[in-house]
Design a protein around this ligand. Structure first.
Ligand SMILES: *Cc1c(COP(=O)(O)O)cnc(C)c1O
Length: 679
């Protein structure tokens, strides 16, 4: 094989997105093109410089990486005999060059597909080909958020049309309303996992239909239900056209729950009775909910639902009442909307929330579906989310762990592996933290210069660095730190104990409250009293995320409890030796043990009916933690200039949290507790 052929093969599998040696090789082919294309390695390969390709060292490196790739693809991961699983999700966060995600749900789905590949789980994933993706964010001089939808060019990405034996694109059809829609699919190789992305944007469809699959969470309810018909019903039809069937269909959040109706239709068509067919579908389906707030669940009013589902309903030979009943808690309530989560719960054999706390919240939330059961008996369990360490670990973390923990990637499941951190010196750990922080600061300095609204960053490589980056949904309360401006200003003005805070995040374009939060922080970041040490980074994506979670000393999370189903960004920091400062919401009550970060208040102290009471109280608790614990501990230095107690907390967090909140632990939990029958 020629070097070019090897590179071509490597580049066509997103395996490179979690194998840094592969990515840096592709990057090296044309660094400028890589950067200018938004970190797209295919562009770097297409525009590879001739002198780089002919370089003997590069050719040798390509050989090595190619061998690693083949080894990975051919060696078993251990879970090859687990149930064959079809995984459905509206969004996937795989790499910043493929903008098919808006936030935590998509990142989780991307991490799930990668971990499935690593452990050899036979999993096929299905989503939408969101050609325009979620938006690129930029600010004007008032800090007002603007959105831009640069379409991706399929010839410049690791995607190819799914074709049949003759090499012709596979197409399937679904009806949205009375209109027939043609779908084709793009195949994305994620290691050993294949992800199919359904697409309406081709000549067989009229203009408005072509637009349907392009954008994530945009448009009105009618667009949304049409997208969900495509994902759920079209997704199953695509799998059939590929000749595939599965033991388990995993609905990751309600958007894809229409898939149950297609499974039902197949059985009814074969002559099964309605009750037999329903039970059989249930036996094939599992459902994960991510939404702790009732109002946050995807739902459609009966008029829109009946209109959009008319042909599908006829093919099921059901009345409007009967079909609506699958999505209603009380089928006889004609005002009740059709809720996708209810459909998912009614037609699955197993359901879960995404943290222990969220499991309990979900059981209370859906108790009305199981009127004979007490909340604790509601059949919704939990699998706590985790993050894919090979994707999120900074290169410096890998080398640090290679040196100190040996074959940690292979032995990640063994607690002894992580316990070896107790032997690592304070000096090594502090140097590690200092290096990661410095890396972040130089990234931020570059980033703010290229922003649409450039900012005057005066970050200090030695100062306590706090990060906050996530979607700007209002329940996450991004500006909570600025509730009492005088109090926070005093902290910023203390020259002996300097702090700096870096924010990033997108608000949904229709979320005025979230956009307002961005503007508030943006405006504050330009005030002199914050001295160039309060920064708002534009266009939060996986790249910005990776930098922030590796470099920050403290990761702040202050949602209105219990609205954070899990949260995963705080899990990403553990391997980097960052410390969580978080409301005990989502995954954190499971992670926090008193030695590995901070809890803002106790588990019981946070649930008030009224946000105007809860928010200021939580803000006071946050200030107290910062003033009395976090900042003093960081600056309590020994004679060698190191914060011993802080370093001990870092050690404790790295030891206890890294594997427990990883996607490899998560995927094994899913296989054992959810995918395997009788579990
Ligand atoms: C990890 C991550 C998220 C999820 O963050 P939460 O803390 O779960 O809200 C969202 N967006 C990006 C880009 C991420 O990397």
């Amino acid at each position: 094989m020629t070097t070019r052929e090897q590179l071509h093969e490597i580049s066509r599998n997103l395996w490179w997105s979690w194998h840094p040696e592969a990515l840096s090789l592709l990057k090296r082919l044309n660094r400028d093109a890589y950067k200018a294309s938004g970190n797209n390695p295919i562009v770097a390969l297409n525009l590879a410089k001739a002198d780089v390709l002919s370089d003997a060292q590069v050719q040798a490196d390509v050989d090595t990486v190619y061998r690693q790739f083949r080894d990975y693809m051919e060696s078993p991961g251990g879970q090859e005999h687990a149930p064959k699983t079809a995984y459905f999700c509206m969004e996937y966060g795989l790499h910043e060059s493929l903008p098919f995600y808006s936030g935590g749900l998509g990142i989780l789905a991307g991490d799930h597909t990668k971990a499935a590949s690593d452990v050899g789980l036979p999993l096929t994933a299905v989503g939408l080909f969101l050609r325009d993706g979620y938006f690129r964010q930029y600010f004007d001089k008032t800090g007002s958020q603007h959105d831009d939808y640069p379409a991706i060019d399929s010839t410049q990405h690791a995607v190819e049309l799914a074709t049949d034996a003759n090499g012709d694109p596979i197409t399937v059809t679904v009806h949205v309303g009375h209109r027939e829609v043609f779908l084709r699919a793009w195949k994305v190789c994620v290691g050993k996992t294949v992800l199919y992305l359904l697409d309406t944007d081709f000549a067989a469809n009229p203009f408005d239909i072509r637009f349907l699959s392009r954008r994530l969470y945009q448009g009105d309810r009618s667009t949304r239900i049409q997208q969900e018909i495509i994902l759920g019903i079209g997704g199953i039809r695509l799998l059939r056209a590929l000749g595939e069937s599965f033991d388990v269909h995993h609905m990751n959040e309600g958007h894809c729950a229409f898939l149950t109706l297609e499974l039902l239709r197949e059985r009814l068509e074969r002559g099964e009775s309605r009750s037999d067919a329903e039970e059989a579908v249930r036996q094939q389906c599992v459902f994960t909910t991510h939404t702790p707030v009732i109002a946050g669940h995807d739902r459609f009013d009966a008029g829109l639902f009946n209109f959009s589902m008319q042909v599908i309903r006829e093919s099921l030979h059901m009345s409007e009442f009967d079909l609506l009943a699958y999505g209603r808690v009380h089928p006889n309530d004609f005002n009740e909307e059709f809720t996708m989560t209810v459909l998912g719960l009614k037609l699955s054999r197993k359901a879960n929330g995404v943290s222990k706390l969220h499991g309990s919240v979900a059981r209370h939330q859906w108790q009305s579906l199981y009127p004979s059961l007490k909340p604790d008996e509601v059949p919704i369990t939990h699998v706590t989310n985790g993050v894919h360490l090979p994707t999120w670990a900074a290169p410096a973390s890998r080398s640090f762990l290679d040196v100190h923990l040996g074959s940690w990637e292979k032995d990640r499941e063994r607690q002894e592996t992580w316990d070896r951190l107790s032997q690592v010196s304070d000096k090594s750990i502090w140097e590690y933290r200092t290096r990661l922080r410095a890396g972040l600061i130089s990234f931020v300095n570059d980033h703010v210069r290229t922003q649409t609204m450039s900012q005057d960053a005066r970050l200090d490589r030695e100062a306590l660095t706090i990060g906050f980056a996530r979607r700007f949904a209002t329940y996450k309360r991004a500006p909570l730190l600025f509730t009492d401006l005088e109090r926070i200003t005093r902290l910023f003005e203390n020259a002996d104990h300097p702090i700096q805070v870096i924010y990033a995040g997108k608000a949904h374009p229709q979320d005025e409250g979230g956009k307002d939060f961005i503007q508030q922080i943006f405006e504050l970041s330009h005030r002199p009293e914050f001295n160039g040490r309060l920064i708002f980074l534009e266009n939060y994506n996986m790249e910005v995320g990776r930098k922030l979670i590796s470099g920050c000393d403290v990761w702040l999370n202050n949602p209105r409890r219990p609205m954070e189903a899990s949260g995963t960004s705080g899990q990403k920091i553990a391997i980097h030796g960052g410390l969580n400062l978080s409301i005990p919401d989502g995954w954190w009550p499971e992670g926090y043990d008193g030695t590995n970060g901070w809890s803002i208040g106790s588990n019981a102290s946070h649930e008030y009916e009224d946000p105007s009471v809860q928010d200021p109280r939580d803000a006071v608790l946050l200030y107290e933690k910062l003033e009395n614990e976090v900042i003093p501990l960081f600056y309590e230095r020994n004679s060698s200039g190191r914060p011993e107690k802080w370093i001990q907390m870092v050690r404790s967090a790295m030891t206890g949290l890294t594997y427990s909140f990883s996607a490899h632990r998560m995927i094994k939990d899913y296989i054992r507790d959810i995918y395997t029958k009788g579990s």
